[in-house]
Design a protein. Sequence first.
Length: 262
Amino acid sequence: MRVHVVSDVHGNADALKRAGDGADALIVLGDLLDFVDYREHDKGIMGALFGAEKVGEFARLRREGTRDETVAFSRSLWATLADPAAAVGEAIQDQYSVLFGALTAPTFATPGNVDDPSLWPEFAGDGIQVLDGEVAEFGGLRFGFIGGALLPPNVVPRRNGFWRPYLRTREEYDTAVGALENVDVLCTHVPPAIPELTYDVIARRSEIGSAALVDLIREQRPRWSVFGHVHQPLSARTRLGRTECRNVGHFKETAQPYVLRW
């Protein structure tokens, strides 16, 4: 069997159309949406709404400014729109229409933090199975899926606003992980909480990994743990016991799927 795995698509529909070529199935580990394009500032949802110059300044503040400066500038941008929620909703719908249309069957997909999982059932057509906290069997193996990312400690999730990323409390995430049983391939958006897998060498910070995923790997000993989320990891792979832990790559930039064979 041959399965292709991608994560962090971020709007690269052209490459996504080819991602399943030659494979028996395609696995998508989330972040289909391109919300802020930090390389091509005219792209993505913010680029479409505010233009390249404004997004460029936002990107600069994210790199060099304080959190307060970034938040204040972001709020000033959204204040220029008469109905921000409607504008974002329309842009998300447009992107999902193209991206889900690019998927080949069979596809198994779980959402990332830059996704709106409530909309996925509307766009997932025949042969596209959306899974989150569930197991699917394929080619004689059991694939367990967990979507989204973890909220930082002591941060209360927002329940309003025009855009809410798919961030989960640690308790909610750990409960979902605990529901997976007898997993051969662990498929998640975020990595296990292993320092070399969570540290981004370009952003120069550690993303939040999951300790519950580490526990599952130690207890169930799957063949593979595959994930994305960290675009430029200190290490793309490591082993935890018999399990190969692998960041499948920033698909928006690489346009190359990671290949599983058995």
